[in-house]
Design a protein around this ligand. Structure first.
Ligand SMILES: Cc1ncc(COP(=O)(O)O)c(C=O)c1O
Length: 375
């Protein structure tokens, strides 16, 4: 007789059995329950430590009476705002329930069993997951100095390649490639292969790079019909809980993505929030500045403590803890600090810490110091 957990095993689509689910950061409430701690510092999910713009909160409150209505499935008002902000047409935009959804939609639209999807070693976990979801074959290209090796990714292209996922900067490593490297890459990719450039941390990245090295993927859409750029409101805009992100690209490609998505995939509050958030760039600038200062605060402290880290231009940094990463993670949890172990990325020696407020960062630094001293 089959055990309860394998009753339907023969009936599920074969690719489902191979999916390694995304491992999220531990929720604050869970740690509070487990350890009976009141104050928890969560630096595990690259969230905005400032929260969201007060203008966004007010706008949502004003819309609460509409809760019983379906959202606008075309996200008309938000798209109008985005067209101004990005200087593209609304037909070049697909809005998703987080950028996570649009990344997966690309895989569902363009790949299936027998096809190959290329991504880098240590790349964001959603790329291999989306590949597994559609039953395609993932081609993981070894990283170079923790970052994407774009030449090696080009060399990995075969006649089965349908999509290439790349992130700039990458999560969890925080590594990036320059404008020159990008231009060489995008010009060399055959025009029938979809390239997804994931710019989830673009706002932060910009603040760490000079003009020569920094670039904005949307500027390359004209002239590259196979390029899709994904962005999110979860990070610098502080809307992670609402789930909203988008894809910019060629009109025809975007139309296929919109055909595939659910009719009401993005809720009304997310649409309103994103629209207002875009208008409040002062808030984004404040978050970016805080992140720059926090990155310095944390990396200076890591150096003082004699640890190594991977240089990052995101709102997070990976710390080399040697073979003690799991142990330090547990001890930090006991101190009420949640960071992210990244062993599931093949980085068993590292812990990723998100940049918080000055006070949260100091709390983490003090806790880490204590853990190291007790070791
Ligand atoms: C590189 C990268 N892309 C995309 C996402 C997805 O973000 P969301 O689905 O919240 O828009 C994340 C989230 O951590 C990320 O790190």
């Amino acid at each position: 007789m089959k055990s309860n957990s394998s009753l339907f095993c023969d009936q599920v689509q074969s690719q489902v059995l191979g999916i390694h689910p995304y491992i999220p950061g531990k929720p604050v409430s869970e740690l509070q329950r487990e350890l009976g701690l009141e104050t928890i510092t969560k630096l595990a999910s690259n969230e905005n430590p400032l929260g969201a713009s007060p203008k966004v909160i007010d706008a949502i409150k004003n819309e609460l009476s509409d809760i019983a209505r379906y959202p606008d499935g075309s996200a008309y008002a938000l798209k109008q705002e985005l067209t101004k902000f990005l200087a593209v047409n609304d037909t070049q935009l697909a809005i998703g329930n987080g950028s996570n959804e649009v990344l997966e939609l690309v895989a569902r639209v363009f790949a299936g069993p027998g096809d190959e999807i290329i991504y880098s070693q240590y790349a964001f976990a959603v790329y291999p997951i989306s590949t597994q979801v559609v039953g395609a074959t993932g081609v993981e290209v070894p990283a170079k100095d923790w970052g994407h090796d774009l030449s090696a990714m080009l060399a990995a292209i075969t006649d089965k390649t349908k999509i290439i996922f790349i992130a700039n900067p990458n999560n969890p490593t925080g590594t990036f490639f320059t404008q020159t490297q990008w231009q060489e890459f995008i010009n060399a990719v055959p025009k029938h292969i979809i390239v997804v450039l994931d710019e989830a941390y673009l706002e932060y990245a910009k603040s760490f790079l000079d003009e020569k090295r920094y670039f904005d993927g949307v500027d390359y859409i004209e002239g590259h019909n196979n390029l899709l750029v994904s962005r999110t409101f979860s990070k610098a805009y502080g809307l992670a809980s609402l789930r909203i992100g988008f894809l910019v690209g060629n009109e025809e490609v975007i139309q296929y993505i919109n055909q595939m998505r659910e009719p009401f995939n993005v809720n009304h509050y997310a649409q309103v929030a994103a629209q207002v958030a875009l208008q409040d760039q002062a808030f984004v600038n404040e978050a970016v500045l805080l992140n720059q200062q926090g990155m310095r605060q944390i990396t200076d402290a890591i150096e003082t403590l004699g640890l190594e880290y991977i240089r990052s231009i995101g709102n997070f940094v990976c710390i080399d803890c040697g073979d003690k990463a799991q142990h330090y993670n547990q001890k930090l949890l006991e101190e009420g600090v949640i960071v992210r172990p990244v062993a599931n990325y093949g980085m068993a020696n590292y812990l990723r810490v998100s940049i918080g407020t000055q006070v949260e960062n100091q709390y983490f630094i003090d806790a880490l110091k204590k853990v190291l001293q007790a070791n």
